[in-house]
Design a protein around this ligand. Structure first.
Ligand SMILES: Cc1ncc(COP(=O)(O)O)c(C=O)c1O
Length: 425
């Protein structure tokens, strides 16, 4: 019965321009986190590639072409295609260690586990900072406060399509000669000023997992303008082998230094095998052609969502300039467990898939893998991310998402009550 009452109230509220009377809340919204991110046309591109004669399938010319097209699209000199965004993180931090040596890396509390895992696995000490509530990215002021002579890099994540950079942060990092690494796995196509995110850092990482802006099924990209890093990353991707380097001079220097070794099998680093395949690259090339158009639709969707949410209940003041989101961010204005429960119930009831805690499940310092070394209470030092941990969600945002669905979800969410109504306020 409560549901029926809510239905009527919502229709009334949104008659004035947003929702029409004829809309019913009983209809399932059928809204997954991602829909149709790999199309029949992508499958056709793969079929065309495979027929009539099966070509080379391991890393070869399609991977190379995808890397070049991606570099052009992004605006960088070099890209290295790998089998996941996590592998991109791992290779990036390994390359940092090989070239800059060990020390501290400043990392966010809201990010994917592989960003922090790569730092730990490579032997660096992660130094955490809280987030800026309006960008969900690292709090720039705290980043600058935590820089010490031991800092080897700031490894920043652009969370769910929002730009986390600002001019002061970039200027300070440059002045203090602290390398910036950008994780853009959740923000393909987002910009800061006139440039795409992923072009500001010494290296940047992208993921092409199915749920992201574009997909190669699984896949990732590392981008840089530094030739030495490019060569290192290429070698690290394939067992640390020198023959993977594109630089004849670099290869020659290894050959001359190691005359006892077969030039085909010189391992410069303890590397990995995180190569992808030609098939994934064919899908990536097909997908890249429609990325910009898809991103325009996503940006319109997000703005519609935020414009129609009730700002008394939900945060609507995200910094959307330059943003490009594959997910809507839904964060409660206040720590309100009743509203939070009602939000989850309503989304389940209407078939809206969601993830609580937003990116990576919220406050990383609450995770067992970090509690083990940093203690049970460390998470409490980061209150802004802790709010998002309990009262933040993300919801899918894909190009074909209907305007009516977005408005309907906003109406449902706006109609939910929380602690204030229980207390009769
Ligand atoms: C910020 C961020 N970094 C890295 C990754 C890892 O990417 P992948 O899932 O392709 O390994 C993700 C995955 O969702 C992510 O969101």
């Amino acid at each position: 019965m409560v549901g029926c009452r809510n239905k009527r109230r919502s229709c009334k509220r949104f008659n004035s321009g947003v929702l029409s009377n004829s809309m019913s809340y009983s209809k399932d919204l059928d809204w997954p986190l991602m829909r149709n991110n790999i199309l029949t046309s992508d499958a056709r591109a793969v079929a065309d590639f495979l027929l009539p004669e099966v070509p080379i399938l391991t890393q070869s010319s399609q991977v190379e072409a995808f890397e070049q097209e991606w570099s052009r699209w992004l605006g960088v000199d070099f890209s290295v295609f790998v089998n996941s965004g996590s592998s991109a993180n791992l290779l990036t931090i390994t390359a940092l260690r090989e070239i800059y040596g060990l020390g501290e890396v400043i990392v966010p509390t809201l990010t994917w586990v592989s960003d922090i895992a790569s730092v730990i696995q490579c032997g660096f000490t992660p130094v955490f900072v809280d987030i800026n509530r309006r960008t969900l990215g690292m709090d720039a002021h705290q980043v600058l406060e935590k820089i010490t002579p031991r800092t080897k890099a700031v490894f920043l994540t652009h969370v769910l399509g929002y730009n986390a950079l600002d001019a002061k942060l970039l200027a300070e990092l440059k002045a203090r000669q602290v390398p910036l690494i950008e994780d853009v796995c959740e923000s393909h196509g987002a910009t800061f000023g006139a440039r795409k995110l992923g072009t500001f850092g010494l290296m940047s990482n992208f993921s092409f997992y199915y749920a992201h802006h574009m997909s190669t099924i699984e896949g990732g990209m590392i981008c840089t303008n530094e030739p030495r890093l490019y060569e290192t990353l290429r070698m690290l991707r394939s067992h640390g082998m020198v023959r993977e380097s594109k630089s004849p001079d670099l290869r020659q220097s290894y050959f001359e230094k190691h005359p006892d070794l077969n030039p085909d099998f010189i391992f410069a680093f303890p590397g990995y095998n995180v190569r992808s395949t030609e098939i994934n690259a064919v899908i990536g090339r097909a997908q890249l052609k429609r990325l910009d158009q898809n991103n325009r639709s996503r940006t319109e969707n997000l703005r519609l969502f935020l414009e129609n949410l009730d700002p008394e209940k939900y945060q609507t003041d995200f910094v959307v300039e330059g943003s490009c989101n594959y997910a809507f961010t839904l964060v409660l204005q206040h720590p309100d467990p009743l509203l939070c429960d009602n939000v989850m119930k309503a989304m389940r009831q209407h078939g809206v898939e969601f993830r609580r805690g937003t990116s990576g499940g919220g406050n990383q310092l609450r995770q067992p893998y970090l509690k083990k070394t940093l203690g049970e209470k460390e998470f409490a030092k980061y209150p802004v991310v802790d709010h998002v941990h309990f009262y933040g969600f993300y919801i899918g945002n894909y190009p074909e998402l209907e305007r009516e669905k977005i408005l309907k979800l906003c109406a449902i969410l706006n109609d939910l009550s929380g602690e204030e109504s229980r207390r009769g306020l």
